[in-house]
Design a binder for this molecule. Structure first.
Ligand SMILES: Cc1cc2nc3c(=O)[nH]c(=O)nc-3n(C[C@H](O)[C@H](O)[C@H](O)COP(=O)(O)OP(=O)(O)OC[C@H]3O[C@@H](n4cnc5c(N)ncnc54)[C@H](O)[C@@H]3O)c2cc1C
Length: 445
């Protein structure tokens, strides 16, 4: 029973995503780790988390190096849906308030909002062309009875976070160019915008490089040993010795190498299709003409957005088999769902399909903090499929925590509780299968 099939870890293969086909070049040529080196802080993983940490550390004059198994952004960061928005948890707010308290929950919500602003700041500060689109994000009721739930949610957000969301009935959706046969109203929140994720992660890499971080793509960590109070991190070619380490591998975390994480996370697949550019007539025919970020109200949600060049991106959770052989079946399933929700586009070619791993934790919230403080090992992980913004924020935050324990005061308690181990971790693939069956049933009524 594979948690992650080896087919999904060919770090030397391209992802074949639409983002790869349309991204700006990285523009720098950082070399793989080719000779033995040392540094103060080593970062494992070259996505939003690792690069945000590298940027923060380098800007503060720290000697930092980053090891990435593939090209920069090869993991989820370069292949996601580009929703820069809030929502990096699967724990309900009601349970969160019960477990961590109202203040901590508000602080967490505040951090998520701040993370979206941070992405905008990064884009502006470092001059990254991310094809920024849309204002806010809409949840669409996938069954008529979900509209009442959205109404309750609107009241909850207002009372709890002081957030004003707009409730839109089916006719208002139509007027706003956000309609479809299975959308029975929606709740439009003010936070969020769309990005080209590979352009964004490459822009972060350029910024970190410029600030002095030494990036080593195509440098997969294979062995991690303790040595003289520090760490020896070996790739196939060379060894990096570091005083401190940040593990930033999220859904791609190698549990055999980073044993700290063993049994504490579940990588889960997310799949995406992208169409050819749609004509204005096709957009009108469907009644969907806006670039607003959208997802439906299912637990196993579908997420979708019109890109600025009028291609349509449609993504969905689900699927527990990450082997190459299983991919065609999931592509067919996702395409059929897309055609059901957007019937006017059933004849539009799907030009790209790809998959990748998000990361879940047992507590259903992210974790930002130490793995072993005495040994100087830190991590930021588990954004529950919502890390464009939160991984940017959390990567910066884990760097701040590593440098200054007082930064803990500015880290919401919701995300500083140690990662719990799953009971009987070998059964995690079964837990995931069981959860999908349960949520599918819940979503159907
Ligand atoms: C298909 C898909 C759609 C998504 N859509 C959205 C979305 O629209 N909005 C949103 O907010 N979030 C989305 N997400 C989630 C989001 O992409 C992630 O939460 C975020 O990118 C995590 O960033 P990260 O840097 O922590 O991890 P990653 O970007 O996954 O980076 C981890 C890196 O670690 C590297 N690595 C692994 N093992 C080793 C090793 N041994 N040595 C060196 N390096 C190693 C990997 O190669 C990888 O590049 C989506 C994810 C997927 C897969």
């Amino acid at each position: 029973m594979h948690l992650v099939h080896p087919d999904a870890l060919h770090f030397d293969r391209s992802v074949d995503s639409y983002w790869e086909a349309s991204a700006d070049p990285l523009g720098i040529e950082p070399p793989p780790l080719a000779s033995d080196e040392s540094c103060d802080v080593a970062i494992i993983g070259g996505g939003f988390t690792g690069l945000s940490a590298a940027l923060e550390l380098a800007e503060r004059g720290i000697d930092v190096r980053l090891l990435e198994a593939g090209p920069i952004g090869w993991g989820a960061s370069g292949r996601n849906g580009g929703f820069s928005c809030i929502g990096s948890h699967k724990l309900s707010y009601a349970t969160m308030i019960g477990r961590y308290g109202l203040d901590a929950t508000r602080a967490f919500y505040g951090a998520m909002k701040e993370s979206v602003s941070l992405v905008a700041d990064n884009v502006n500060r470092h001059g990254i062309d991310v094809w920024k689109t849309g204002e806010g994000e809409i949840t669409l009721a996938h069954l008529p009875n979900r509209f009442a739930e959205l109404k309750a949610e609107q009241a909850f957000y207002r009372a709890t976070f002081g957030e004003e969301n707009q409730l839109l009935g089916p006719e208002e959706l139509r007027q706003r160019g956000l309609s479809g046969p299975e959308f029975h109203g929606g709740l439009l929140g003010p936070v969020g915008f769309g990005v080209h994720p590979l352009n964004y992660v490459r822009g972060l890499a350029r910024a970190a490089h410029k600030a002095g971080a030494k990036l080593h793509p195509r440098s997969r960590l294979l062995r991690w040993e303790q040595a003289g109070g520090g760490h020896r991190l070996s790739t196939a070619a060379a060894t990096l010795t570091a005083r401190r380490v940040i593990v930033a591998t999220n859904g791609y975390t190698p549990e055999d190498v980073s044993t700290y994480h063993a049994g504490r996370i579940i990588p889960a697949l997310s799949n995406i299709i992208v169409t050819r550019p749609l004509s204005d007539a096709e957009l009108q025919e469907q009644g969907w003409t806006e670039t607003t970020l959208a997802y439906d109200s299912r637990n196993l949600l579908h997420y979708f957005r019109l890109l600025p060049n009028k291609r349509f991106l449609f993504g969905g959770r689900g699927g527990t088999d990450s082997s190459a052989a299983a991919a065609d079946g999931y592509r067919a399933y996702l395409t059929a769902t897309f055609h059901r929700l957007f019937p006017a586009w059933a004849r539009a070619d799907i030009t790209h399909f790809w998959r990748g791993f998000v990361c879940l934790s047992n507590d259903l919230v992210p974790y930002v903090g130490p793995l072993d403080e005495a040994k100087g090992v830190w991590t930021s992980i588990a954004y529950h499929g919502n890390g464009v913004a939160m991984a940017s924020w959390s990567g910066r935050q884990v760097a701040r925590l590593l440098l200054d324990p007082k930064a803990r005061d500015k880290t919401p308690a919701v995300i500083t509780r140690r990662l719990a181990r799953y009971p009987l971790p070998a059964f995690r693939p079964l837990y995931l299968k069981g959860a999908y069956v349960w949520f599918n049933w819940q979503d159907s009524r």
